[in-house]
Design a protein around this ligand. Sequence first.
Ligand code: EPZ
Length: 420
Amino acid sequence: MAKFIVEQSGALRGEVEVSGSKNAVLPILAATLLSEGICEISDVPRLRDVEVMCKILRSMGASVTEDWDNHTITVEIDKVTTDEVPYELVKRMRASIFVMGPLLARTGKARIALPGGCSIGDRPIDLHNKGLRTLGAKIDMDMGLVEATSKKLKGALVYLDFPSVGATENIMMAATLAEGTTMIENAAEEPEIVDLANFLNKMGAKIKGAGTDNIRIEGVTCLHGTKHAVIPDRIETGTFMIAAAITRGDILIKNCVPDHVKPIIAKLMECGATVNDEVEGLRVRGDIKKLIATDIKTMPYPGFPTDMQALFMALLSTVDGASAIIETVFENRFMHAAELSRMGANIKVDGRTAIVPGKNPLVGAQVISTDLRAGAALVLAGLVAKGKTEISEIYHIERGYDSFSEKLISLGAKITRVED
Ligand code: EPZ
């Protein structure tokens, strides 16, 4: 298994280009199952998760062409040949659950191995099921399998107990081919949901209100092919913003949407970093003022994103003063705290609150990447830690970042990828 050897690298400087969004492209690829035409999706990030989603689509009878010179994937599904997603693929990626809504809407049947929990939480799918049941689906969960059937989905009012991103996306996709109108109330408002709705509307769907907590979907009889460019990845954008601050560097982040990272900009400026929206992109500098502590509370969008929590914890381990971090979205998303403490951060975790004392100079150590964002946080911490940091299980990082180490190296980082 591969690992990263990261050395203290000084201030990172230069320009970096953000790739397309992982959390937008995965549901968009799943949504191609709804189309009876050819879908051409561009600005696709080259990620392990994207490869898995392409495998899932091929296993269902799709012809999928990957053109990585142009970061474009073309999908055509004349006939869905199976309604089952094999466990081998589901266990590699929770986002496999995104095919449930489209499969059910297109074929009237979907059988998916339950994704199960991961290191950040149990991650149940009860809200997905509740929403699809409200549209008239029969859902059985047995022996680790969820089986959904429906002769014809019917539009209805779906109230979400929690604004789940995945449940909002699955229900929205299913409702596009339902009979009548569906309203999703207390819906999630993430930019990735807006991008998915824009893709669906280009295929002929009738969706209004995506990006608000009330989404209205008027069912249509069929969807056609289209072309769509995926939005830039706001979490990758945030990751490079932290890279500039934590190394006290100066980075221009290109191909990003400042509106999508407002909570990250606000918190970075509270810490004393400067963030300027320039013509070519966002310029983040951590070399102007002394960085200080601030408190973080993760919330659904437009609140502070949980996916940035680990990265911010790494930064707050290097500033002056103590910070409190409250994680409200996932019940077990502090695994990185123990790894950062191996590097001297001395973080105290109590339930969903972590206290980061700051002021402790970080020292290189052997650490484990426990999930995607935790892994990226350890890489950034390694860039400022004295000596070498050895990060294992980096496959987590490669699931969600396109050319992460290459981009950091282009900014001056000292990182080596070694096969164990
Ligand atoms: C999406 O996951 C993202 N993944 C996650 O990004 C992100 O952390 C999360 O949204 C929150 O922003 C993708 O888009 C592929 P949720 P998702 O449903 O859809 C509970 C990353 O690092 N819940 O909004 O799974 C759930 O357990 C990943 O890129 C239920 O209880 O998130 C969690 O505590 C990690 N029942 C909370 O809601 C349900 O049926 C939020 O989950 C569904 C969710």
